[in-house]
Ligand binder design. Structure first.
Ligand SMILES: [Zn+2]
Length: 160
């Protein structure tokens, strides 16, 4: 039985001191193939989701790369958020990451009131916060720092 000719996603295969672009995609729709890395060498990783095993692989790859590496993440925002957080733990800076969000997937909305993160479907423009039940409008702005879309209160009705 032959599987897709995709290089092993494990930490192997990446030489120490790699200074190119690491392209990690998640899920069935996450695709970094269209991302132009210019003349920099690229190393492709593909994961089903940002599960603990995938994040461990990602950490091991980033752990053996040097300063100067760039990371491209593609897939559902929830997976990208987890992967970006793992990369940040490995010392990658925000400007060293490119996040290609799959807008068709579920999105994560950050609540400014209680800081809870709520996962909502792609179509919704409003969501009820899972933390404080505030109705949140979902801003178009995706915060890389938060790893989530910023929500803002849709109705200011309760006086606190
Ligand atoms: Zn909230």
């Amino acid at each position: 039985m032959r599987s897709v000719s995709m290089p092993s996603a494990a930490g192997s295969g990446l030489e120490p001191g790699f200074r190119g672009v690491i392209c990690a995609s998640f899920g069935v729709t996450g695709d970094t193939a269209g991302h132009d890395t210019g003349d920099r060498p690229r190393h492709d990783l593909r994961f089903v989701s940002a599960n603990p095993e995938a994040l461990a692989d990602l950490r091991s790859v980033l752990g053996c790369s040097h300063v100067g590496v760039r990371l491209v993440l593609a897939g559902p925002p929830a997976d990208i958020r987890a992967a970006a957080a793992a990369a940040a733990e490995c010392g990658l800076l925000e400007e060293e990451m490119t996040l290609l969000c799959d807008e068709a997937g579920p999105r994560v909305v950050y609540c400014p009131h209680c800081r809870a993160r709520t996962t909502v479907g792609a179509a919704g423009t409003e969501a009820e916060c899972s933390g404080c039940a505030t109705t949140l409008f979902i801003a178009d702005h995706f915060s890389r720092r938060m790893g989530a879309y910023l929500g803002y209160s849709a109705h200011v009705e309760e006086a606190s």
